[in-house]
Design a protein around this ligand. Sequence first.
Ligand SMILES: O=P(O)(O)OC[C@H](O)CO
Ligand SMILES: [Mg+2]
Length: 242
Amino acid sequence: MANPSSAPVSIRGPITHVIFDMDGLLLDTEKFYTEVQELILARYNKTFDWSLKAKMMGKKAIEAARIFVEETGISDSLSAEQFLVEREEMLRKLFPTSELLPGVSRLIRHLHAKGIPMALATGSHRRHFELKTQRHGEIFSLMRHHVLGDDPEVKQGKPAPDVFLAAAKRFEGGPVDPSKTLVFEDAPSGVLAAKTAGMFVVMVPDPRLDKSFQESADQVLNTLLDFNPSIWGLPPFEDNGN
Ligand SMILES: O=P(O)(O)OC[C@H](O)CO
Ligand SMILES: [Mg+2]
């Protein structure tokens, strides 16, 4: 059950390994998907809403595309594959402008300095990952490995646990114990994937998502700036006494 960030929580873990989602958690890229999907739907006199967004986010591109054309009722006019081609040109221009979300740099640098092994587990495929991270190479290099949506071991996207299980397996001495692994996620599908993998999950949701999606998370934060490592048995920050 989720705990609001302000509520006292007992120590869980202790956590030895951390896995980060990317889109909407480390990078502010979810807004690009929203913008492009709104534009495409407007051509069909339809509007994009957050219940559809919740179903798409975190998923592999083709999985999200199928949901988009089917749920909006435009699949007779636009196939999932055509949708991906149509949005690609716009996304290719937007992704290189991606920015880190609040608290990302501080948290990743802290965990790296303390020797906590970190990995990335994203639904994004290699080509989009390269575009999104081109200005953030240093931060992403502090993780031990990156598991991407088009990795051969990721047979199914989130909410299947594949990407998190692959990330846990690739740590030195892996697979690491899922009950000692903490995942950071923004998407409902990602939270479910991490829980299915047996891991703890901190959710940092967009406030426009329905609150019911928070129920599966172990903790819910407004931003990563609110994360208190001590609660999870991780080394405290030294800049504010947490
Ligand atoms: O949230 P991520 O990092 O798993 O990315 C998934 C999609 O590419 C965007 O929703
Ligand atoms: Mg995400």
